[in-house]
Design a protein around this ligand. Sequence first.
Ligand SMILES: [Zn+2]
Length: 105
Amino acid sequence: MKVITREGRAANAASEWKQTYFRNWEWQYGNDKEVIYYKLVALGCHPNYKDVDEAIGNTSWTNTYCNECNESVLKVIQLGEEPDYESSTARICKPCLLKAMEEMK
Ligand SMILES: [Zn+2]
């Protein structure tokens, strides 16, 4: 169980980007991957997620969707197994979590 925020994902974006696209000592999947990496690094250790989204060109590296209501929210709690292929993992927003607790009364 852990809390995942858009700002937290944004802070990890540069290192995760490099892990994904820098392999065998070279940048993979196009010349823009290195350019984007240095844009992410230039944003510093605590970048605003909007700046990260702009550097990458989409929200997929910072978004935090709730798996119950499918809303894009700033914070979710991750429940279940660590995310992996076919893992049982759910990311839930606070309103849905409170609703779930109400159901469990
Ligand atoms: Zn929700």
